[in-house]
Design a protein around this ligand. Structure first.
Ligand SMILES: CSC[C@H]1O[C@@H](n2cnc3c(O)ncnc32)[C@H](O)[C@@H]1O
Ligand SMILES: [Zn+2]
Length: 432
């Protein structure tokens, strides 16, 4: 067994107390062995965390990684116009090589900002898997299904691909990659296709991930077709369950919040995307009060426009207060929980907390900075003051992905060059 000690720092424990301790990791098994003072002498390798805070690696529970190529391509529009006029025409030109380049760029950005696990709903999933494997990250990946606008054969093939991809790649990269079936949203996939494929997916034990109630406009097509709110529609189709996690949940009535809580379906709050697209304010405190599991996500880099999850912690706390008209709503503690154990639970990973037996997914935040001084409350700092660029080391599955701000698993300069080129060519094809 080879061991790694993350030593000399303070550690954020599962009850959110902070202790001066070392974290000893079984680097082969990718698990935390012990959290206690003076463990470094026992270890084969040491990461210096002095002056830093060791936290669970953050979990970005909803996104479209390769959309980094479309960062800044189309801004300042509402969701429907943005998708129809800009994003979907560009994505129609996406190649597997583009997804390879864009996902690696996303991986560099996430590693740099302390994210160790993420969810990805996109296309060319084989390329996503290779990028995640090389980067050393953990991910739940899936092929996104849209059937509207497709003929029956193409629509059935799209949904079938989501199932076959989920079966093919589950457990890849030494188990760091898990999968799910990912229909885009209740109104962008026809009812008949849900009725045909959901039972098959459930039979195969596959989880589901989809966008739910992101905008007011997302409610109407379901109301017209089924006469119910989308959460009830999804539940009737067998989509809600403890292994389902949905993105956004902005426009939920109290019956829908209760239904999500009763089915133990997790909701991924994406505050920056919701603000940028003016989608609305999710009732985060109401969901927490009702017992809905809540996680955080960036959504794609084209609607955020970065993948720094520390921004979501801050935005979730700020927007949660505004939505509830209550400064006590979505406090710093709740935001940190959503970004760590909440995300890990939503994605079904045994991480998000620093204790013996948990996955060794960690980030070390450098606290020696003007904007983190003084240090009255480090949980407050994680939510309101830390930035992704404060992360000094990142560890996933016991492997060091970034040491002293140098990404070790990917050649950052080459990744950026390749992404720049892929993005220019993609946009040129789309606008041709
Ligand atoms: C079918 S793969 C995923 C699909 O979703 C699109 N997308 C990106 N951001 C959002 C969002 O906020 N709401 C809905 N759909 C979104 C992405 O461009 C892909 O086409
Ligand atoms: Zn999304």
């Amino acid at each position: 067994m080879s061991t790694l000690a993350v030593a000399g720092g303070r550690v954020l424990l599962p009850n959110h107390s902070i202790e001066q301790a070392d974290v000893l990791v079984d680097a082969d098994a990718g698990e935390i062995l012990d959290v206690a003072p003076d463990l470094a002498p026992e270890a084969d390798e040491t990461l210096d965390a002095s002056g830093g805070l060791v936290i669970p690696g953050l979990v970005n529970a909803h996104g479209h990684a390769a959309m980094t190529l479309l960062r800044g391509y189309a801004d300042d529009k509402p969701l429907e116009a943005w998708l129809q006029e800009d994003i979907w025409p560009a994505e129609a030109e996406l190649t597997p090589e583009d997804v390879a380049a864009g996902t690696r760029l996303a991986a560099v950005e996430m590693i740099r900002s302390g994210t160790t696990a993420f969810a990805d709903m996109y296309f060319h999933v084989g390329e996503v898997v290779e990028a995640v494997r090389e980067a050393g990250l953990r991910a739940r990946v899936g092929h996104g299904v849209v059937t509207v606008g497709k003929d029956e054969e193409a629509a059935r093939a799209d949904f079938a691909e989501s199932l076959s991809v989920a079966e093919e790649y589950d457990g890849a990269a030494d188990g760091r990659i898990r999968t799910a079936v990912m229909p885009h949203a209740p109104h962008t996939v026809g009812t008949g296709y849900f009725e045909e494929f959901v039972p098959a997916a459930r039979e195969a034990g596959l989880p589901f991930h989809f966008h739910l109630n992101e905008t007011e406009a997302y409610l109407d097509p379901v109301a017209e077709e089924a006469g119910v709110r989308p959460t009830e529609y999804a539940d009737d189709l067998g989509l809600l369950a403890e292994d389902t996690w949905v993105a956004h949940g902005v426009h939920l009535d109290s019956g829908e919040v209760d239904r999500l809580a009763e089915s133990d379906t997790a909701v991924v709050h994406c505050p920056a995307s919701n603000m940028k697209l003016a989608s609305g304010m999710a009732p985060v405190q109401a969901m927490l009060d009702a017992g809905v599991p809540v996680a955080l996500g960036t959504d794609g880099a084209a609607s955020n426009n970065d993948l720094d999850l520390f921004g979501e912690l801050r935005d979730a706390a700020m927007l949660g207060k505004l939505a509830a008209d209550d400064a006590e709503a979505v406090d710093a503690d709740a935001a940190v929980r959503m970004a760590t154990e909440g995300g890990a639970e939503a994605l079904g990973f045994d991480g998000g907390r620093i204790e013996a037996g948990a996955k060794a997914d960690l980030a070390v935040v450098d606290l020696e900075a003007a904007h983190l001084t003084p240090q009255h409350d480090l949980v407050s700092h994680l939510t309101y003051a830390v930035r992704g660029s404060d992360v000094r080391h990142t560890v996933c599955d016991g492997a060091v992905l970034m040491r002293d701000r140098e990404v070790l698993t990917l050649d950052e300069e080459a990744v950026r060059e390749r992404a720049e080129e892929a993005a220019s060519e993609l946009v040129a094809r789309a606008e041709d």
